[in-house]
Design a protein around this ligand. Structure first.
Ligand code: UDX
Length: 436
């Protein structure tokens, strides 16, 4: 099939590349000419495992093209994906100006039936707004489809190529058939393409992310309770996760959820509920718990130093909001750094992929190490913020040697408590006994 993807951010680029991989002819369009040039020159603008291979393969097969001219991208396309940002506006609701602006621009250019698909996470009712924007600008009949993405950063290529499910929201029969054909190669193993109306599809995305965020905030509260009553959250997690109605995934307590999706989507769903005169009571608590949880590690640290961290120097392992990504949007690390600097401390950080983005944001306010061990030099304590695999089994002899204080604050529960006792560390993690 011939496809256009409007917007080459994270979702657009992964979508375009993965659609080309099954033989479709894909043209990606972006208003950022510099970025388009970069991609035309064969450079992937983001870090995402597995993407580069597919990107190069499809560019060399001429199935994946890039342009900054919308008319060129959509001229032959049967399906046009909108993968544009929907940032939170001032009041927390999603800003639809990019999506509606693109719909209008497309409508002015179409000469035949097109299927216009919103991939962006958009509030319920957006498909109707997109339809209206199109109708206002052309008499040609076009279908509007809601097809939310469920891609996790770090495993997005796998998630696209082998999705648990594909959700397609449309009442247009022709579009339904085309979308079914498009996704058939991705669900060969029998996972479903679930067809529904546009509004249900739009809400499905918010409901999925909000449910997952709820799981995390729930577990973070259990962790906090564990600390108070002397229980171990790892045990409780295993105890409840083996009930398959609960499931053992996505139950890890830590320092709060971050990233480009959860904070934004939970807030937007709460806001749109409110606009519809419905108070989504659980979500308000989910957000409140997350705000508190982002502060937990710093609170533990301050308590240890009797409230005074002035002049202390800290090593920090991890910056990205989660492993296998360079994304630092809403990363708890940024909050923690701010708090440490505000308290008069200094910080040396190391992250396998997130350093470049943090450097661009914070410059020389903090120090950057070449590797995880270099970060330890002269540190009073080590803070573990992202659960990258390289931090899971460090050379503990080296750790002991380079961190004479032997003080670790672990926001991701990476180490076995008995091991920390045996090595003689002060080890303060989340929802578990403090080892001192
Ligand atoms: C999420 C959704 O999973 C994906 O389906 C959607 O399309 C986009 O948003 P992503 O933002 O890439 O994906 O990250 P995810 O792996 O879901 O993690 C989100 C946050 O939750 C991270 O900050 C992570 O550290 C935190 N988390 C996750 C926990 O604190 N505990 C867990 O058990 C799992």
């Amino acid at each position: 099939m011939k496809i256009a993807v409007v917007g080459t951010g994270y979702v657009g680029l992964v979508t375009g590349t993965c659609l080309a991989e099954t033989g479709n002819q894909v043209t990606c369009v972006d208003i950022n000419e510099q970025k388009v040039k970069m991609m035309q020159d064969g450079k992937v603008p983001i870090y995402e495992p597995g993407l580069e291979l597919l990107f190069h393969r499809n560019i060399s097969q001429k199935r994946l093209l890039f342009t900054s001219v919308l008319a060129d991208a959509i001229a032959d396309a049967e399906i046009i994906f909108l993968a544009l940002p929907t940032p939170p506006g001032g009041d927390g609701s999603a800003d639809l100006s990019y999506v509606l602006g693109a719909a209008k621009d497309i409508a002015k250019l179409v000469t035949d039936y097109k299927v216009i698909v919103t991939k962006s996470t958009v509030p319920v009712g957006t498909a109707d707004k997109v339809k209206a924007a199109i109708k206002e600008n052309t008499n040609i009949e076009c279908a509007v489809v809601s097809n939310p993405e469920f891609l996790r950063e770090g495993v997005a290529v796998d998630d696209f190529m082998k999705p648990d499910r594909v959700v397609v929201g449309t009442t247009d029969e022709r579009a339904r058939k085309l979308m079914g054909e498009l996704y058939a190669p991705y669900v060969r193993q029998g996972n479903p393409v679930i067809f529904m109306d546009e509004r249900s599809s739009e809400l499905t995305k918010y409901a999925a992310n909000s449910f997952l965020a709820t799981k995390i905030s729930f577990m973070n509260e259990i962790a906090n309770l564990c600390e108070v009553v002397g229980a171990d959250v790892d045990m409780v997690r295993r105890g409840i996760g083996s009930d398959n109605r609960i499931g053992n995934r996505f139950l890890f307590s830590g320092i709060g959820y971050g990233g480009s999706c959860f904070p934004k989507d939970v807030q937007a769903l709460a806001k749109s509920s409110e606009e519809n005169q419905y108070e989504f009571k659980i979500l308000n608590s989910v957000m409140k718990v997350n705000e508190i949880q982002k502060k937990v590690l710093v609170q533990k640290l301050k308590k240890y130093y009797n409230g005074d961290i002035k002049g202390k120097h800290f090593a920090m392992w991890g910056l990205a909001f989660k492993p296998e990504t360079d994304d630092i949007r809403e990363a708890p690390a940024l909050y923690i750094i701010d708090e440490l600097l505000a308290g008069g401390a200094t910080v040396t950080v190391y992250d396998p992929e997130g350093m470049k983005n943090v450097k661009a944001l914070l410059g020389d306010k903090i120090n950057y190490a070449q590797d995880q061990y270099e970060a330890l030099h002269g540190a009073d304590a080590l803070l573990i913020v992202t659960e990258w695999s390289v931090f899971r089994t460090p050379d503990f002899n080296k750790l002991v040697e380079l961190l004479p204080s032997k003080v670790i604050f672990d926001g991701r529960n990476l180490y076995d408590l008995q091991k920390m006792i045996d090595l003689g560390f002060y080890y303060n993690s989340i929802g578990r006994k403090i080892i001192s």
